[in-house]
Design a protein around this ligand. Structure first.
Ligand code: TYM
Length: 377
């Protein structure tokens, strides 16, 4: 009996010592202040749709215009996790660069670059792979979704979220503006930052996902409004692309799935189809869903769709024209990407030097070229 009691007291002491160590560790981490740094990415896989626009790009532009420097990565390494034609991929990189600029990304204020041009992304990804478990990755919903239809699942698709974590941590990013679908990937980045810090000493801040309010975090498919609008949906009528011609936008909105009620009411839980259209309307005009429903009180859903199509066409036309103009200037776009990659490399080098110092035991004083990152942003 006494022996059992002694064991119990000992294990309680160990538990308390452990939790005290953990508390001290958390306090130390909380004491460290990292400069605010915003990082996000987008895959160069064809035309951007309204989900990408409202869920991510518009927010990057807002943050940039409010004085924050944003690192915008064109995630070409992520896009090759599914087969890509190299020529088409290059065209898509040019297209997404033109799109981001046309949407308001200012390459002087923000850093716009291609992920594959900064090799430290893949190097850090490898280091992070060594502290990630397969069980953790297998649970992530996007992997499940994307691998479902594949007979042979590429390894790259499986470790895709680790590469995303490397993207974020390489710049010691503190904030990551994304749509709702990326929330679990950012959580993995947080976990990996914590695991690395515990194992090798405090290195990374814990990045926070910046997910906007309910209306833009998940724009729904026009054909299946219970699902998100997505580039990979087989039915092209499910998404409104920024580059769609006016008559295509009109056709897609006319064909969007609503329900058998003809009034315009905003009930996101019960009437997903029409509520999604009202959300898009609200995001373009700044009007609240209530104001929109009041204005559309005399319209049925068919008439409302025509009204919305006019608004969408009017708002997207200048962006579309700008994209088309910019894609005719590949040399200019390549120059911007080159400058962005140089600036990103300079920032990443600091962190990577610290990481290899910690992981491989190199003496940091031996490593040359550690520059002050403050100048670059
Ligand atoms: P990607 O290219 O699929 O999407 C780019 C951004 O668009 C958001 N998004 C949406 N937001 C609202 N409603 C929707 N229907 C919708 N569809 C897409 C996404 O949430 C995302 O913010 N793996 C990432 C790219 C990436 C990344 C990163 C992001 C690579 N490295 C590091 C953040 C941090 C992706 O495939 O996004």
């Amino acid at each position: 009996m006494l022996k059992i009691l002694r064991v119990a007291v000992c294990s309680e002491r160990t538990r308390m010592a452990r939790s005290e160590r953990f508390r001290k560790y958390c306090n130390q981490v909380a004491d460290i202040e990292y400069p605010k740094r915003i990082f996000s990415g987008i895959q160069p896989t064809g035309s951007v749709h309204l989900g990408n626009y409202f869920g991510a790009i518009q927010r990057w532009v807002e943050l940039q215009n409010s004085g924050e420097a944003v690192l915008c990565s064109i995630a070409d390494l992520h896009s090759i996790t599914l087969p890509q034609d190299p020529q088409k991929l290059r065209e898509n990189v040019m297209l997404i660069t033109a799109t981001l600029l046309a949407c308001g990304i200012d390459f002087k204020k923000s850093i716009l670059f291609e992920q594959s041009k900064v090799s430290m992304h893949t190097e850090l990804c490898w280091v992070l792979c060594t502290i990630t478990t397969m069980a953790r990755l297998a649970h992530l919903p996007q992997f499940k979704e994307k691998s479902e239809s594949l007979k042979n699942v590429p390894l790259g698709l499986f470790i895709y979220p680790v590469l995303q974590a490397a993207d974020i941590l390489l710049y010691k990013a503190t904030h990551v503006p994304v749509g709702q679908d990326q929330a679990q990937h950012i959580q993995l980045a947080q976990d990996l930052a914590q695991i690395f810090n515990r194992k090798f000493g405090q290195t990374f801040p814990i990045p926070h996902a910046l997910i906007s309010d309910n209306r833009s975090q998940k724009i729904k498919s026009l054909r299946e409004p219970t699902k998100k609008m997505s580039k990979s949906h087989t039915d092209s009528k499910s998404r409104l692309n920024i580059l769609d011609e006016p008559d295509v936008l009109l056709e897609k909105i006319k064909k969007s799935v609503t329900d058998f009620t003809s009034e315009i009411t905003y009930e996101p839980d019960k009437r997903q189809g029409v509520s999604n259209l009202i959300n898009i309307h609200s995001l373009f005009t700044g009007k609240t869903p209530e104001e929109i429903c009041k204005e559309a009180a005399s319209l049925n859903t068919g008439q409302y769709k025509l009204l919305l199509a006019d608004i969408v066409i009017e708002k997207l036309s200048p962006i579309r024209n700008n994209i088309l103009r910019l894609t005719k200037e590949p040399a200019y776009l390549n120059e911007i990407l080159k400058e962005g990659a140089d600036r990103a490399t300079e920032l990443a080098t600091n962190c990577w030097t610290e990481v290899i110092g910690k992981v491989f035991g190199n003496d940091l004083r031996d490593v040359k070229n550690v520059k002050n990152t403050a100048k670059v942003m």
